[in-house]
Design a protein around this ligand. Structure first.
Ligand code: AMP
Length: 157
């Protein structure tokens, strides 16, 4: 099975751009990395005071199941030394499966599309940059960008 998927990348600790680039390089070792989005600076979600995030997304082709793709992302997070003290707290690197073309899934480990995709501009903006006609696999509805401040950065991944 070959999946066409969009992976979300986020970091708000340390040298965020270096960390995002390292994550993209690791990703390229385990998937076919077709395209990366611009890098966006975004305000953190939730009530924990913390630094601004850098977010981006990658359009990938993956030979395997969605769960195997999740495992690959978790392994990259572990390798890059994710630090996470609290659920909504700062993180060195966060990798999410945002969307897999045509796939809806709800298991204990993985929900597809990502449960917060529709309400997060920092995820939807880079996703639609990569796949402008992306649709919700449940309804077939084209995605739209929700409200939320995201600022495109000059640097690329
Ligand atoms: P968080 O660190 O808050 O992003 O949560 C990570 C956990 O969320 C992972 O260990 C997954 O089991 C679970 N999860 C559920 N759906 C997804 C998804 N679409 N992408 C990434 N993680 C997911």
């Amino acid at each position: 099975m070959t999946l066409r998927a969009v992976v979300g990348l986020g970091s708000n600790l340390g040298d965020r751009l270096v960390i995002l680039r390292a994550a993209a390089a690791e990703l390229a070792r385990v998937v076919r990395l077709e395209k990366t989005s611009r890098v966006y600076a975004t305000a953190p979600v939730g009530s924990v005071p913390q630094p601004e995030f850098l977010n981006a997304a990658a359009l990938v082709r993956y030979r395997g199941t969605p769960e195997q793709l999740l495992d690959a992302l978790l392994a990259i997070e572990a390798k890059l030394g994710r630090i996470r003290r609290e659920k909504w707290g700062p993180r060195l690197i966060d990798l999410d499966v945002l969307w897999v073309e045509g796939v809806t899934l709800e298991t204990a480990r993985l929900t597809l599309p990502h449960p917060h995709l529709r309400e997060r501009a920092f995820a939807m903006v880079p996703l639609l940059e990569l796949v402008p006609d992306a649709a919700d696999p449940r309804t077939g509805e084209r995605y739209e960008v929700p409200p939320g401040a995201v600022r495109a950065m000059p640097e690329r991944l």
